[in-house]
Design a protein. Structure first.
Length: 167
């Protein structure tokens, strides 16, 4: 009589553990493997980097306010309105789309992804507390800290379940 209860109990615990594991990866980036095709990987990266020097893409934005290969956007806070409502905003998005069309998992020299840069621009151009802050590295650090904070309750729940099973 006790055997079916234990089986159902173990099955429920296994389901909870699986849901915790899958929820940890739900919003995160999972690296993909595969081939680039017939092109040399160095050539693909070179094509992606050429988006920064394309005069048809970056034509009106001042050089000092452009997104760099290192993943930095050097926009002073007092230039936020001009950047967000001018050609720099649209041209920077064109560069990001150009890179994304060539190499979707591109990493800048500061380890930022295309998503990180777009999220930084969105926050910098918003009317919230991050307006005028175009520091990509700070944005990445804040996201990583938030992810670590969000995973702690899941780990605590998993630990409590394991301890409960042992009793």
């Amino acid at each position: 009589m006790a055997t079916p209860f234990i089986t159902k109990h173990n099955l429920a615990i296994l389901a909870l553990i699986a849901s915790f594991v899958f929820s940890c990866n739900a919003g995160g980036y999972v690296p993909q493997t595969g081939t680039v095709g017939a092109e040399d990987p160095a050539e693909v990266v070179s094509k992606a980097l050429s988006c920064f020097n394309n005069n048809y893409v970056y034509s009106s934005c001042e050089q000092s306010y452009r997104l760099t290969e290192s993943g930095n956007i050097n926009v002073p806070p007092e230039y936020t309105d001009q950047y967000c409502h001018g050609s720099c905003f649209s041209e920077t998005n064109l560069v990001l789309n150009c890179i994304d069309n060539i190499l979707s998992h591109f990493l800048f020299y500061n380890r930022a992804t295309i998503y990180d840069v777009k999220a930084t621009i969105k926050a910098g151009c918003s009317y919230g507390p991050e307006r005028g802050n175009f520091n990509v590295e700070e944005h990445i650090q804040a996201r990583e800290n938030s992810a670590q904070r969000d995973s702690k309750p899941l780990l605590l729940g998993l630990l409590l379940m394991i301890m409960y099973i042992g009793t």
